[in-house]
Design a protein around this ligand. Structure first.
Ligand SMILES: [Mg+2]
Length: 249
């Protein structure tokens, strides 16, 4: 058995079936100890919301954490975001400009402080208003030569982040840092914001059996041999996929 880089989304992917999670944790811990496999969680959660889930589900300590939609990477349980990754995100990013431009839109309601991050400004925006507001807002932000993108999800959350930030690019940053080949890297997800993980390169992909429609539709449109659609849900689907690719016996 060789070491591999294991990268997974949390909500409804790693987490969602407590029994299967216990089994997967055991496999991953042993593999890390024996072969040097690396474990990475990649989630839209902020540090505060990650901590809540970590405690509630007793998640094992990852080797790296990708938080806040890929805008922050933490190594070995530290609470200071990696400076090299921050440097990659910095060109063309200005929190102050984003805040001053967005303040003109009364439909944008700032999310709680815990969700406002160095490289992420987050709002609530009602679906009914989004269709009008988003194109205007994007045009306005680009006029100021900001290097940003808007991510609107679940019909309510609007995140404004650097253009070079997403789960897939953060994963590749880690893969290159630790020198794992794409064939020795596996990414797991269940929803639209995980497409970035699956689409960025030729890493092995596991789509869990409970995946959401938007991810399944994308997979149908862009099928690939290096991607596996599991039958089992959540951690059970991950175990199934790891066996399929030969990462686990
Ligand atoms: Mg998810």
């Amino acid at each position: 058995m060789k070491p591999f880089l294991f990268v997974t989304d949390l909500d409804h992917t790693l987490v969602g079936d407590d029994q299967a999670l216990i089994e997967l944790n055991q496999h991953l811990s042993e593999h890390r100890q024996e072969y040097g496999t690396k474990i990475v969680y990649a989630t839209g959660r902020s540090p505060v919301l990650y901590q809540e889930l970590q405690v509630e589900k007793n998640l094992i300590q990852p080797d790296a954490l990708v938080l806040s939609v890929g805008t922050e990477i933490y190594f070995d349980g530290t609470d200071v975001p990696d400076a090299d990754w921050s440097e990659i995100l910095s060109p063309g990013w200005s929190r102050d400009s984003v805040l001053s431009i967005t303040s003109k839109y009364s439909e944008l309601i700032l999310q709680p402080d815990s969700e406002q991050r160095s490289f992420k400004v987050s709002f609530f925006l009602q679906q009914a208003a989004a269709e009008d507001i988003l194109p205007q807002l994007e045009a306005e932000l680009l006029k100021y030569k900001l290097n940003i993108k808007l991510i609107y999800s679940s019909g309510i959350d609007l995140d404004i982040v650097p253009l070079s930030s997403d789960k897939g690019q953060a994963m590749q940053f880690l893969r290159q840092k630790w020198k794992f080949a794409a064939q020795q890297t596996v990414v797991c997800g269940d929803s639209g914001n995980d497409i970035a993980l699956f689409a960025v390169g030729n890493e092995r992909g596991i789509i869990v059996g409970n995946a959401r429609k938007e991810l399944l539709e994308w997979h149908d449109e862009y099928p690939a041999d290096h991607r596996y659609l599991a039958k089992d849900f959540c951690a059970g689907g991950i175990i199934e996929g790891l066996k399929y690719f030969g990462f686990l016996e």
